[in-house]
Write a protein that binds this ligand. Structure first.
Ligand code: NAI
Ligand code: 1HS
Length: 259
């Protein structure tokens, strides 16, 4: 008997916010490897389109669309375009996010709001745009991106910790709400992923050996994360292999929140 190779996401149509770069783009590659067709939505439309073009050149069914997740009409337009390109959307990776630095007393209102808008409002708007179709079809999976910053307090990251904490508990709420409609909602909480733009800006504030060692000491595994570490967890949670995972908060953090 001849074995046929089937990926765990064969036939699935997944929208990825912030899909033009970093963890989002690496996850797109992993989902494509597992058989999915993907729509990359990004505030930087040129980056989204060129990333999708590169994936298509490797044989993927991939499309890039401009989308600012903080803007409801922009999200609606992009999700409609993704639907037209892919067909029914049955997966969403709520990955778009920005970090912000500051404690409560010295954070500006503007920085607080922008961190909340991209992370929390963006997760709400993109989910709201895809859920009616998923619920109607009684089939779908959503993965939100939290952070270790949503699980523990990290100095100088007040708005970001609060926003990621909101995403963590929104995931539990959505998991409880939509499971009965055939839609599973879960969350990955990465530890520091050094090689993305966000990781570089996080670590770039102090690259002295002493500062790096202090940060690394928080990670029992002895290294920072990679985009691949996160992508594999997302692929699992989107797939039917994770059929009993509902409202789960999955730390992918080398043990950072285990100690
Ligand atoms: P990144 O900065 O490398 O990439 C983020 C992507 O999102 C970019 O392509 C950017 O254009 C896009 N984006 C930003 N604002 C947007 C908006 N309003 N609408 C649509 N797209 C927008 O970031 P990275 O590292 O790939 O992070 C991805 C997610 O993972 C974020 O939610 C972040 O908070 C989270 N995360 C990252 C960690 C890290 O250390 N890099 C650790 C834990 C969580
Ligand atoms: C920016 C990303 O979500 C990671 S926040 C954790 C930073 S650290 O304290 O582990 O260096």
């Amino acid at each position: 008997m001849q074995a046929t190779m089937q990926g765990k996401l064969t036939g699935r149509h997944v929208v990825i916010t912030g899909g033009g770069a970093g963890i989002g783009l690496r996850t797109a590659r992993t989902l494509v490897r597992e058989g999915a067709a993907v729509a990359l939505l990004d505030r930087d439309g040129a980056v989204a389109e060129s990333a999708a073009r590169a994936l298509r050149a490797e044989g993927a069914d991939a499309h890039g669309f401009v989308c600012d997740v903080t803007d409801a009409p922009s999200v609606s337009r992009a999700v409609e375009a993704a639907h037209a390109a892919l067909g029914a959307i049955d997966g969403l990776f709520n990955n778009a996010g920005i970090a912000g630095f500051g404690a409560v007393h010295d954070s500006t209102l503007e920085s607080w709001k922008s961190v909340w808008d991209v992370n929390v409002l963006g997760t709400f708007l993109a989910s709201k745009a895809v859920l009616p179709e998923m619920v109607g079809a009684k089939r779908g999976a959503i993965v939100n991106v939290g952070s270790v910053a949503g699980l523990v307090g990290i100095p100088n990251m007040a708005a970001y910790c609060a926003a990621k904490g909101a995403i963590v508990n929104l995931t539990r709420q959505m998991g409880a709400e939509y499971a009965k409609h055939g839609v599973r909602v879960n969350c990955v909480c990465p530890g520091t992923v050094a090689e993305t733009a966000m990781g570089r800006s996080l670590l770039g504030s102090d690259t002295s050996e002493e500062a790096m060692n202090r940060r690394l000491a928080k990670y029992p595994i002895g290294r920072f994360g990679t985009p691949d570490d996160i992508a594999e967890a997302v692929a699992f949670l989107l797939s039917d292999a994770a059929g009993f995972c509902v409202g789960s908060i999955v730390a992918v953090d080398g043990g950072m929140t285990a100690i």
